[in-house]
Write a protein that binds this ligand. Structure first.
Ligand SMILES: Cc1ncc(COP(=O)(O)O)c(C=O)c1O
Length: 411
């Protein structure tokens, strides 16, 4: 894979389309691709926003082993992966990835058995599990052999925004642990068991990192979201510091993780945080166009072939119905990207087997032409394609298997 560093060039939309068309001329659609020039620029931006605080890379938002490796090797400030299932974590560990933090609790007894073996072989470097309750500790204890070295665990803290004395609750429903007292109590419960060892604290501000404050067509909503995010960030700053202080009195912490692409700069500025997480920012999917604080470049997309022409300003492509997860709505649809100014049909959206695109540019499209789309989210694209064509400058320089292409289907 190409690894030389160089800034992305500024290109007009028409240039970009011509560049795609020339580079992908011999590749029959459907296919997915990653634009390395844009990825390099995003890498630079993300590192700049983190201001020297190490970035843990969210594997769920990349889902391509070779690209995860590429990112980690680009800069020493990228440190470790935030993974999404225990089988995935163990696979990555077998493939030589180190410093793995599993961001979501597991109930996979079989994989816990394998983790126990790995932890016994590497008590200080084995992957770390997420916990938020005594029930998680019981589950782990029941699944691992008594002779195993203690499983490394991380406490997840809820950092949702609860104004009006908690009558309104904004933020992902993840951990029940919110206060320094609750976190310290769980830390003591961990310290009292032989089966587990506390190494970290993680808090993800999903209502800040994952909600754009510059969405099209909703000025008042954007103002309200921005105000909520600012107020919440202030509250998190002091609460997270108090929790870190309380937990550190029970056990020394190797890591305090926070943030995501949409909150990178704010979270990295908190003294209590030792590392931030980013994943989506590498590909820069459509949802990340809608943040005031971000100026990333679209780096991943997919191309579908035109297969019919129902009318003058309509072309229909094969497939394309790759809907993103989350609260269902129009913002979860893929977006026609090039040629310019195409839009989805509001009555059909993006379909399982065919997707009409509408606009002036559709008039000149003929059968077999490529329409380029962007996914609303990042890593989910890789569950639809077995490889990513790697575009570097004006050439396709490599084909990289996605997780799916490696026969892996974790979620
Ligand atoms: C725990 C955690 N941290 C960070 C992130 C942010 O990742 P991204 O940069 O892909 O938005 C997520 C995404 O859901 C997450 O669950």
């Amino acid at each position: 894979m190409a690894t030389q560093a160089e800034p992305a060039t500024t290109q007009t939309t028409a240039d970009q389309f011509a560049r795609y068309e020339a580079a992908f001329e011999s590749i029959p659609p459907p296919f997915a691709f990653v634009d390395l020039d844009a990825m390099r620029a995003n890498v630079t931006d993300l590192l700049g926003m983190a201001r020297g605080v190490p970035i843990r890379v969210a594997s769920k938002s990349v889902r391509c082993r070779a690209l995860l490796r590429w990112i980690l090797e680009r800069d020493a400030r990228f440190r470790g992966l935030l993974t999404f299932t225990l089988p995935e974590t163990l696979w990555l560990a077998r493939e030589g990835f180190e410093n793995l933090l599993l961001a979501y609790p597991t109930a996979d007894r079989e994989a816990l058995g394998e983790l126990a073996t790995r932890t016994t072989g590497d008590p200080d470097g084995a992957p770390v599990l997420m916990v938020d309750s005594g029930a998680h500790l019981d589950f782990i204890e029941a699944a691992v052999p008594a002779r195993s070295a203690p499983i490394r665990v991380c406490i997840e803290l809820d950092v949702g925004w609860w104004p009006l004395g908690g009558r309104v609750k904004i933020g992902p429903k993840r951990s029940p642990i919110r206060t320094p007292e609750a976190a310290a109590a769980l830390a003591r419960a961990i310290a009292s068991r032989r089966s587990v060892r506390l190494v970290g604290l993680m808090a993800y501000e999903g209502h800040i990192a994952g909600v754009g404050d510059d969405a099209p067509g909703s000025r008042l909503r954007n103002i309200a979201i921005h105000a909520m995010q600012r107020a919440s960030a202030r509250e998190i700053r002091s609460r997270r510091a108090a929790v870190v202080d309380a937990v550190s009195r029970v056990a020394p912490l190797e890591l305090v993780n926070g943030g995501g692409t949409g909150s990178l700069a704010a979270t990295a500025s908190e003294p209590a945080v030792t590392e931030v997480t980013a994943g989506s920012g590498f590909y820069d999917p459509v949802l990340f166009d809608h943040y005031r604080s971000l100026d990333l470049r679209p780096a991943a997309g997919f191309a579908m072939p035109v297969v019919r022409k129902p009318g003058g300003r309509v072309a229909t492509v094969l497939g394309g119905g790759y809907i993103a997860s989350g609260p269902s709505g129009r913002d979860r649809l893929p977006k026609p990207y090039k040629p310019r100014e195409l839009r989805l049909d509001p009555f059909e959206g993006a379909g399982e087997v065919q997707t009409p695109v509408i606009g002036d540019a559709a008039a000149s499209l003929t059968l077999g032409d490529r329409v380029y789309f962007r996914h609303a989210k990042a890593g989910e694209l890789c569950e639809r394609f077995s490889k990513l064509y790697l575009l570097d400058g004006d050439r396709v320089v490599d084909e990289l298997p996605t997780y799916r292409g490696e026969g892996k289907c974790f979620l």
